[in-house]
Design a protein around this ligand. Structure first.
Ligand SMILES: [Zn+2]
Length: 306
């Protein structure tokens, strides 16, 4: 029980997608979220984001968890799997429906492209076509959230003040796709609310998703978590690190402790050279005593050689 006047306990989380082995970018998110929670004496939760069945690689989730465990990451409570939570997501969509904040959309991607007034940073901005009833020609319906024409402003713990007008940048966004799958934006917010997460630490590629998620928290009348976005990791071609870059940045049993040392350096932490050969557990202990998020840079950096 948290009594009045006492700050609530920090609850952080790491939420890997089991689309392949852990790479340096996801290790950063694991380490950053873990240390930010632990330096505050908080809890740290694990969630597997296996929402999109065709992208899930069998066995990848177990492999990621085993590697984290071997490195000395200790999580609190049971691991949550998004693939088992559809009924809960549906319940929240129904709540938003009762609040008259969603509508059915029958537009195809092509129809949206043709009618969009201007492209947003994530493709065409949805122009509100079906707000008063579906007018697209497709028989399958997506469910979209009505967004307001107002600026969403927040302060990121690393990137500082951020703002976005959702209607102008994104438009009414999808909560449930026409194929019945729930959208990432909805699942993340519902999972974090249900788990009592107070601190979201993740890669800067998700900065542009954050205003949508904040808007959803508001629609669901829930308090916002704090956000900390970590600098992007680049491959040798200066593009965001991904599976496309091959095995060079993958975390294996052999390179995993060194990868933690490098991840601490990547996050601007003055981890001593003598700890370069230390175990994961020793490096995490060093981090629990010394981690300081104000040292993290916003600049994207090349992945270290592992
Ligand atoms: Zn539509």
């Amino acid at each position: 029980m948290v009594s009045a006047g006492q700050p609530a306990q920090v609850v952080g989380r790491f939420a890997p997608s089991p689309t392949g082995p852990l790479h340096f970018g996801s290790l950063l998110a694991a380490l950053g979220s873990y240390l930010l929670a632990r330096v505050a004496g908080g809890r740290w939760l694990l969630r597997v984001e296996d929402l999109d069945p065709p992208r899930v690689v069998p066995g990848a989730a177990e492999e990621i968890l085993r590697l984290l465990e071997r490195l000395g990451f200790a999580w609190d409570g049971e691991v949550v799997y998004q693939s088992r939570r559809s009924a809960r997501y549906q319940q929240l969509v129904e709540q938003l429906c009762e609040q008259r904040q969603v509508f059915d959309c029958s537009c195809s991607r092509r129809e949206i492209l043709l009618s969009a007034p201007h492209p947003g940073e994530e493709g065409p901005v949805y122009p509100g076509t079906c707000r008063l009833g579906p007018v697209g020609r497709r028989s399958e319906r997506a469910i979209r959230l009505l967004v307001a024409d107002e600026e969403i402003a927040y302060t990121d713990g690393v990137f500082g003040p951020q703002r976005q007008n959702l209607m102008q940048a994104i438009g009414d966004f999808v909560l449930r796709r026409a194929d019945g799958l729930f959208a990432y934006q909805l699942a993340v917010v519902v999972d974090d609310i249900d788990a009592g997460v107070t601190q979201v630490v993740r890669g800067a590629d998700l900065l542009s998703s954050t205003p949508r998620q904040i808007y959803l928290y508001r629609c669901l009348q829930q308090p916002l978590p704090d956000y900390y976005h970590l600098p992007l990791v680049l491959g040798a071609d200066q593009e965001k690190l991904s599976k496309r870059h091959g095995p060079s940045a993958l975390i294996t049993q052999q390179n995993s402790s060194l990868a933690i040392w490098q991840a601490l350096r990547f996050l601007g932490q003055p981890v001593p050279d003598e700890l370069r050969r230390a175990s994961g557990r020793e490096l995490l202990s060093w981090g629990e005593l010394n981690f300081d998020h104000t040292r993290i840079s916003t600049r994207a950096q090349l992945a270290p050689g592992l």
